[in-house]
Design a protein around this ligand. Structure first.
Ligand SMILES: NC(=O)c1ccc[n+]([C@@H]2O[C@H](COP(=O)([O-])OP(=O)(O)OC[C@H]3O[C@@H](n4cnc5c(N)ncnc54)[C@H](OP(=O)(O)O)[C@@H]3O)[C@@H](O)[C@H]2O)c1
Length: 290
């Protein structure tokens, strides 16, 4: 069966499960500075909406600020139903240097900047980008809960966290999503995927095509073996099979493949229509090597 197309967050907001990760529309290397092909970046964002994508992921650290500004400049005033997720807590100094600031003051500063960059009064989903080892996670989450109470953010998400950390803070605030690295080729996140599925928390896998965040290219796109074999049978690409596996894996998984290419974007969106047979899913569950 084709997997469900949409997901409802804990507050009832519905989004299309296959979203778009905008990080690549920044200066390279290092996702630092404005995207050089600014107008082409705008076309990619516009095409994403035309294709029905209504869930876009970004972060204050991408650029920093430039990725959010590109989204704001291109898509504002936002159409009804467009859901924008951003993140705070990472301060990027250069293409290769960054530090973490998960203090409530740091998160507030980041959030205020994101609101300005994105031209929003309230951010749909605000995620702690990385846990700051110098600040108790409970304090960071309290800071986010305060921003939520003030109406600056609607839903709270956490990124790059463990099940134990998530469990520790769920009594402080309602956590709507987790964004961790996960793909058919990288499965360390299984316990988190299962936990989130059980608890109705969205799981947003980053690197869904196995990419290194600091380098171009998607290892799973050119993978030989199970992905390519199944793709040949279905008339699909390995990339589409990798994305479809995520959509079949659990109904709370919202993949956010990143691309700078309209052709790749179109290809990725088509993956939501793929129907993988149980034996194909089992083969992928066992690994993508052969
Ligand atoms: N929370 C975190 O710490 C964190 C970390 C990293 C990323 N993220 C989020 O996750 C999103 C996705 O991650 P990602 O961009 O690193 O990894 P990804 O989605 O696994 O892969 C992106 C790479 O794959 C290529 N690609 C995309 N579609 C393709 C296709 N159909 N065929 C061949 N190649 C294709 C892209 O190149 P082209 O541009 O040439 O298409 C790009 O280099 C980011 O945009 C960001 O929003 C979050």
């Amino acid at each position: 069966m084709v997997p469900p197309l949409t997901f409802r967050f804990i507050d009832g907001t519905e989004v299309r499960r296959l979203g778009y990760g905008a990080m690549r529309l920044t200066g390279q290397p290092g996702n630092f500075g404005p995207y050089e092909a600014w107008d082409d970046g705008k076309k990619v964002l516009q095409r994403a909406l035309e294709l029905g994508i209504n869930f876009i992921d970004t972060a204050r650290a991408y650029g920093p600020g430039w990725n959010e500004r590109l989204i704001g400049e291109t898509l504002h005033p936002y159409p009804q139903g467009l859901f924008i997720a951003t993140k705070g807590g990472v301060v990027k100094k250069t293409a290769t240097e960054r530090y973490l600031d998960g203090s409530p003051e740091g998160l507030r500063r980041d959030c205020e900047e994101s609101l300005k960059n994105l031209r929003l009064d309230c951010i749909d989903l605000y995620q702690l980008h990385w846990v700051d080892p110098g600040v108790p996670l409970s304090e960071s989450v309290l800071g986010l809960a305060q921003l939520q109470q003030e109406g600056k953010i609607r839903l709270i998400g956490l990124s790059n966290i463990t099940v134990k950390q998530l469990e520790e803070v769920r009594s402080i605030a309602r956590i709507a999503s987790v964004q961790n690295r996960y793909s058919v080729g990288e499965r360390q996140g299984e316990p988190m995927v299962a936990y989130c599925a059980r608890e109705g928390i969205a799981f947003v896998p980053y690197g869904p095509l196995g990419a290194d965040p600091m380098k171009p290219g998607a290892p799973l796109a050119s993978a030989e073996g199970a992905l390519a074999d199944i793709g040949r049978k279905l008339g699909a690409t390995a990339t589409q099979v990798a994305l479809s596996w995520l959509l079949h894996r659990a109904p709370n998984i919202l993949p956010i493949p990143g691309t700078t290419s309209i052709a790749h974007l179109e290809e990725n969106v088509e993956a939501a229509k793929l129907d993988l047979e149980p034996d194909q899913l089992h083969r992928l569950d066992d690994g993508v090597g052969g």
